[in-house]
Structures are given as C-alpha cells and as structure tokens.
Design a binder for this molecule. Structure first.
Ligand SMILES: [Zn+2]
Ligand SMILES: [Zn+2]
Ligand SMILES: [Zn+2]
Length: 251
C-alpha cells in the first residue's frame, strides 16, 4: 500500500509483493497441428491496472481472449496495454463480459469503442461480447458463475475442475450447482475484518468447507495478511495465492 510502513508492506518475502488480482489460463494440448497454432490457448481474466508489469514479469507473450469479472478499476484499467497483443497476433481480441461490465467498458474506454480519426500510437482492437451462459473458447468450456460483490452482481468463471471467484461477498444459491465438483479453487479473501463487498478469511473458509475442493488459493488480500503467518493458520488445503503462482489444472 502506498505510504504504508507496516510489517507486510516492508516484508522481504516476494510473496508479500502483490500486484492487482488477475489470472491467465493457458490451454495445453498434445495437438501440434497448424490448426491448433491459430486456436485460442491463452485466456486472460481481467486487465488489471498492473497488466503491463505483470505481462513483462511473467512473460505473457500471447493473449487470445479476455474474460472480465466486473468493471471495478483494479480489474479493467490495464486494457489499453492489450494493443501489444493486437500487433503480435495481428487480430482483434475477443473480450467477454456481462452486460453491466460491457456498458462500463464502453464508457470508461470510449476512445477504444469510438475511435478518433487519428489513432496516434495505436488503439486496442477489441471485439466485445456480452455473455449469458456457458461458451467455448479454444475447445474449453467457460462457465460464468454469477456472484455477489456487495449488492453488485459480477462473474466468476469455471473451467473444468477449476473455479476463479474473485471480488465476492456471497455465492447465490443458484450458483452453487455450477461449482459442484470443483477441485482447485481461487477465492476472494480480503482480510480478517468483515467487509461489505469481499469475503473475509473466515467467510472464505466457510465457502471452502461447503464446496470441499482439494486445494484453495485465497486472493485479493490486503496488507493485513502477511503470506507466511496467514498460511500457517489456515486449514489444510487452503493457502494464500501469490503473484506468479502456477497451477496445473485438469480439464
Ligand atoms: Zn501496509
Ligand atoms: Zn471489485
Ligand atoms: Zn478488485
């Protein structure tokens, strides 16, 4: 946190150096055909404020599609930097969002959706799709999971046995069946103190107890939660995520 001297902000543990919440899903296959070379295989979840720094740090050299969870600033403000992927891949980027987030993206990034006559340094080329139910990208089924982030409906996403549920304070009754059988879970847990729009650690642990995934990684933490000390008191199978964390997921 800017201007904070707390123990976590001064920590030398690299896992305490956190940029904004985001994820990249890479679809791997034994198929080496030319057809697969052109397929969707790198799916970014949200375009965080730190997208450029994250892409450079973790060598994200390809993005074929973007899923948006919601339109809060920390999840969308890196969108301008995806124009580099337009150049690298010579194609527009398909983006998927719920109707509210799509409306907010068109407003916040009006220059992308209503481009000026002179493009200057370049404008992202985006094809924005509004999602209702499940859809397929690169041969992988993407299941949007409606969540509540305070009063605001947002989306989590399920891919195979993996679910990514950031920025939520409640899982609606109708969404629990969409999560049945999830084995690897990424779940919002802001801090210990309750918050109106995010799960606390205790609330997240309650979700884990009900869903019973094999492993859970908590995300979107504040500097209240140091990595090592928090992991030491979490139940078995639950730990904090960290920047650069890599997970192997079965389809
Ligand atoms: Zn701090
Ligand atoms: Zn949010
Ligand atoms: Zn957020």
């Amino acid at each position: 946190m800017i201007g904070c001297d707390c123990a976590v902000c001064r920590s030398t543990d690299p896992r305490d150096k956190r940029t904004r919440t985001s994820a990249l899903i890479e679809v791997t296959t034994a198929d080496t055909s030319a057809a697969f070379a052109g397929a969707v295989r790198s799916i970014l979840v949200d375009t965080s404020t730190d997208l450029r720094a994250q892409a450079l740090a973790y060598r994200v050299n390809r993005v074929d599609a973007i899923l948006f969870t919601h339109s809060h600033a920390d999840h969308i403000m890196g969108l301008d930097d995806v124009r580099r992927y337009n150049v690298l891949q010579r194609t527009a980027l398909p983006c998927f969002a719920d109707p509210q987030t799509a409306t907010d993206l068109r407003k916040t990034f009006h220059y992308i959706f209503n481009p000026p006559a002179q493009g200057g340094g370049g404008i992202p080329q985006i094809s924005l799709f509004e999602v209702g139910g499940a859809f397929t990208l690169g041969g992988v089924e993407i299941v949007p999971v409606p969540l509540l982030h305070g009063h605001r409906p947002i989306l989590g996403f399920r891919v195979g046995t993996f679910a990514y549920l950031t920025d939520c304070s409640r899982i609606p009754d109708t969404s629990w069946p969409l999560l049945a059988g999830v084995r690897t879970l990424v779940l919002d847990a802001l801090r210990d103190k309750p918050h109106p729009t995010h799960f606390s650690v205790a609330e997240a642990v309650d979700v884990v107890a009900r869903l019973a995934p094999e492993r859970t990684y908590l995300t979107h933490m504040t500097h209240d939660l140091g990595h090592e000390a928090t992991c030491a008191r979490l139940p078995a199978g639950v730990e904090l995520a960290y920047d650069g964390l890599l997970l192997d997921i079965e389809r």
